[in-house]
Design a protein around this ligand. Structure first.
Ligand SMILES: [Zn+2]
Length: 174
């Protein structure tokens, strides 16, 4: 996916995630407080998520594209960084959604286990990044991501333990 697609995906994901985390449609009552919380959550998420979504394609200039910065060790580094330095929270969400969009939305895959293996993994979905359907596919992938996140948040477990804590429990599993 190109930069425009990644920024579009990241902005919409931050907006949608802000809504999911602050508004439960089953109990929602509009108040000034809930509006404030919503704006606060979207503000907190949007810049870090957009920055994270732009980061992996830096490997077009440094290293091998879709390999050097498109792999799980890089994502784990962004998950661990906030725990060690109390900084760069939520950037990992942008990196993760970049990987999803590259794997699901475009023709070429990414080398998830680089540098251990140069093999690129891809799903048989997706269109060429230059395709006139690229924006539509980006919107579809973003909608699907938000659907999965909303399903998890409303029916399985709360994601609002703060996504930084979610990162902590994820790294605890590893
Ligand atoms: Zn990429």
């Amino acid at each position: 996916m190109n930069k425009k697609g990644h920024v579009l995906n990241a902005i919409l994901l931050a907006l949608g995630l802000g809504v999911i985390l602050t508004i439960d449609p089953r109990t929602f009552e509009p108040t000034t407080d809930s509006a404030f919380l919503l704006v606060q959550k979207i503000g907190q998420l949007s810049l870090p998520v957009v920055l994270g979504a732009l980061f992996p394609d830096v490997d077009t200039a440094f290293g091998k594209h879709r390999k050097t910065l498109h792999n799980l060790p890089v994502l784990i580094a962004f998950l661990v960084f906030p725990l060690v330095f109390d900084n760069l929270h939520f950037v990992w969400i942008g990196v993760a959604t970049h990987y999803v969009l590259d794997m699901v939305g475009s023709k070429r895959g990414i080398a998830l286990f680089y540098p251990l293996s140069p093999q690129e993994y891809d799903l048989p979905t997706g269109v060429a990044t230059s395709s006139k359907y690229a924006d539509a596919v980006t919107l579809l992938v973003t909608g699907a991501e938000l659907g999965v996140l909303a399903g998890i948040h409303y029916y399985l477990f709360s994601l609002d333990v703060s996504l930084a804590d979610a990162a902590a429990s994820f790294t605890a599993i590893l």
